[in-house]
Design a protein around this ligand. Sequence first.
Ligand code: EPZ
Length: 460
Amino acid sequence: MDKLLIEGGVPLQGEIAISGAKNAALPILCAALLTREPVTLTNVPELNDVATMLKLLAQMGVKVTVEKVGAAGNEDAPPGADSPRTVGAAGNEDVPPGADSPRTVGAAGTAPLTVTLDASGLDNPVAPYELVKTMRASVLVLGPLLARCGEARVSLPGGCAIGARPVDQHLKGLAAMGAEIGVEQGYVHARATRLKGARLFTDMVTVTGTENLMMAACLAEGETVIENAAREPEVVDLANCLIAMGARISGAGTDVIRIQGVERLHGVDYRIMPDRIETGTYLCATAATGGWVRLTGAFASALDAVIDKLMDAGCEIVLERDAIRLAAPRRLKAVSIRTAPYPGFPTDMQAQFMALDAIAEGTAVIRETIFENRFMHAVELIRLGADIRIDGNTAFVQGVPRLAGATVMATDLRASASLVIAGLAAEGETLIERIYHLDRGYERMEEKLAALGGRVRRVK
Ligand code: EPZ
């Protein structure tokens, strides 16, 4: 298994481009199931979770075409010469190299994917366990399959490292729209001749729950109102894509979303929004190493809570139209955080901030209110010399002057990012094991860190 070897103590300095958002790309890929016409998505990040979702869609009968947009530096190559092959997933290898690959060039440092999905041949509305168990977001096919085919068999995702993460709110909402839902042998069997609009209320704010129900409601008969809806920017990105496909949605980004069902949706060309959690992660890595960074293609507006906390910690931040600049102080001040649904402090940035607080001046209190077990990075940070005490869903972090490199183990996606940040700040070498977790949600992290002067190497 791959490991990351990090030599710490080097301030990160420079400029990198932010990739497309994983948590917008995953639901938007599923939205392609809602139409028989081709959907072309640009700025799709090249991540393992995206590859898993494309595999899941392809085995349902969706024709998937992936084209890697040329990274900067080959714009002078003649068209088609080395412009990346259009690589089909299973079933359409016959696409000639570069046949229909428009030669646009990704921003420096990224090589986003252009993905075209054609669900006209959708003939197998099943999400099998072996794919769903590796990625919980697979549950996002449930709503679209029900709306498009009137039936779906989707494996229950099972728990994951950060918590039980049930999908009862997804099922409750679909049942309220008239679906017959049964659960047997670990699979959800759902069936509905045609979903009917309903007034839905989720017991807690659920991001993919809101997304599943919003997609299902697009083709339902009549109006659906989702109350207590998630307000995350990725929910808004999905809504914008659905609206561009002909859906009638209002209120996305607020806690009440209204959807008027329509007969069908049409194809679309849509660009995925930048990844706010990747942005926050690189801001934290720079802050932890006392450096400076300019992140291009970043949406500052989606990160207010994180930017406020970084400024409280002593960082100087400048927001440009589509870039963010940060300069770190010599030593950070400890900041306390409490995670909450958007626009509160994002739970996906909690682990990264614990690494910052571990070396900051003072004591920080970190409250995790979304997931019941999202502190597994704490014991690994303690191996690096951090002074952290956990009491239920609260962590008390006493800043220490410096961390010392050691071998640590990644347990989940954002915990891995936290260990990378700590390793970059620690003295000496840190070896992070099981970094397949990182590859799920960060596009070529070691290359981006190296572009900022970080001494990071992937070793077998
Ligand atoms: C999404 O997960 C994100 N994943 C997560 O990002 C993120 O941490 C989470 O939202 C919270 O912001 C994607 O968007 C693909 P929830 P999701 O449903 O939708 C409970 C990452 O690192 N709940 O908002 O699965 C649930 O157990 C990932 O990129 C129920 O009880 O999260 C949790 O405690 C990690 N029943 C809370 O609600 C349900 O039916 C919030 O979960 C649904 C959720």
